[in-house]
Design a protein around this ligand. Structure first.
Ligand code: IPM
Ligand code: MN
Length: 359
């Protein structure tokens, strides 16, 4: 069945616009092949919002997002806007308010090694070759990011607070995800030190016992988890954790997969509204050179089709197209090893090659 959806396109700063162009190219191919209509409306965000509309998250942008069925986000930030007060900078002025405004409490960040790319991982050869495929689920609208903040001449504070309903709902997302995967959840906390973690662990255990007894549940402390991910990544399936631990663990997980340029993320609300963005940043150092890897942005589109619109076949079609192009040896600089079978290409060619596989 073909569908019609409104999509807000927020390409943002740095490499955002150039990788978004490739995602839209792929989106058009999906429309054509499957008969869908995606009505895209672009809006300013981040540094581009500051420069063109006076602030990181202009009202007009928010309105466009509210009228859309999903948001496809590029990346924000760069040295140009760093001198601004923290609250006005692209990250704190746009990304965090968007998450809060739409109640995007569940952040899904898949981490896996793509076939043929294990050489790019900094892990020991043996571990990287064995591969891994897990999903980091990060609580995104609570904890220390959004607690009371303050400072005086001699001190500063950020309060970390979690409520039972906040923990319950993210635990359910984790268990539901594990049901569709390998049936295992690792909950990460610091219950040997933090009150919020004691509540976290107790609540996750209760939801597990009452609603998902068939799922395997283990608990790890955050410091230990960050080591275990490096030594036995293949043992993980779903990792669920609070906002700041998830920020750190998801970067670690992305890094060991080889390139942050290959990973997408979804941020979902209780009603299923979603914002989709690459896990990497705006990479101002390579912006405008046509060498950025567009795959993370294209995979963000694929996640949008799956999670917001339930288009599983279309999601698979994009994943298959990417794997085929990688199998043919095409690589952007970040995943290029220099071996003879590989051909180094730029952003546009990568986007076009992936698009051509969707027919
Ligand atoms: C991320 C980013 C953001 C975060 C920053 C840019 C505010 O690092 O999405 O992981 O810390 O959540
Ligand atoms: Mn981060």
């Amino acid at each position: 069945m073909s569908i019609t959806k409104n999509i807000a396109i927020l390409e943002g700063d740095g490499i955002g616009p150039e990788v978004m162009e490739e995602a839209i190219r792929v989106m058009n191919a999906i429309e054509k092949k499957f008969g869908h209509r995606f009505m895209c409306t672009s809006a300013w965000v981040g540094g581009a919002g500051i420069d063109n509309a006076g602030k990181a998250l202009p009202e007009e942008t928010l309105k466009i997002c509210e009228q859309s069925d999903a948001i496809l986000f590029g990346s924000v930030g760069g040295p140009k806007w760093e001198p601004l007060p923290p609250n006005e900078q692209p990250e704190r002025g746009a990304l965090l308010p968007l998450r809060k405004h739409f109640g995007l409490f569940a952040n899904l960040r898949p981490a896996r090694i793509f076939k043929g790319l294990s050489h790019a991982s900094p892990l020991k050869c043996r571990i990287a070759k064995a591969g891994f495929d897990f999903l980091v689920i990060r609580e995104l609208t609570g904890g220390i990011y959004f607690g009371e903040k303050g400072s005086d001449e001699n001190s500063a504070w950020d309060i970390m607070k979690y409520t039972v309903p906040e923990i319950e709902r993210i635990a359910r997302v984790a268990f539901e995800s594990a049901k569709k995967r390998k049936g295992k959840v690792t909950s990460v906390d610091k219950a040997n030190v933090l009150q919020t973690s004691i509540l976290w662990r107790k609540t996750v255990e209760r939801i597990h016992a009452q609603e998902f007894p068939e799922i395997t549940l283990e608990h790890l402390y955050i410091d230990n988890a960050s080591m275990q991910i490096l030594t036995r990544p293949a043992d993980f399936d779903v990792i669920v954790t609070e906002n700041m631990f998830g920020d750190i663990l998801s970067d670690e997980s992305a890094q060991i997969s080889g390139s942050i340029g290959m990973l997408a993320s979804a941020s979902l609300s209780e009603s299923g509204f979603g914002m989709y963005e690459p896990s990497g940043g705006s990479a101002p150092d390579i912006a405008g050179k046509g060498i950025a890897n567009p795959i993370a942005q294209i995979l963000s589109l694929a996640m949008m089709l799956k999670y917001s619109f339930g288009l599983l076949e279309e999601h698979e079609a994009i994943n298959d197209a990417i794997q085929q192009v990688l199998d043919e040896g095409y690589r952007t600089g970040d995943i290029f090893s220099g071996s003879e079978e590989e051909k180094r290409i730029g952003t546009k060619e990568m986007g076009m090659r992936i698009t051509k596989k969707i027919v």
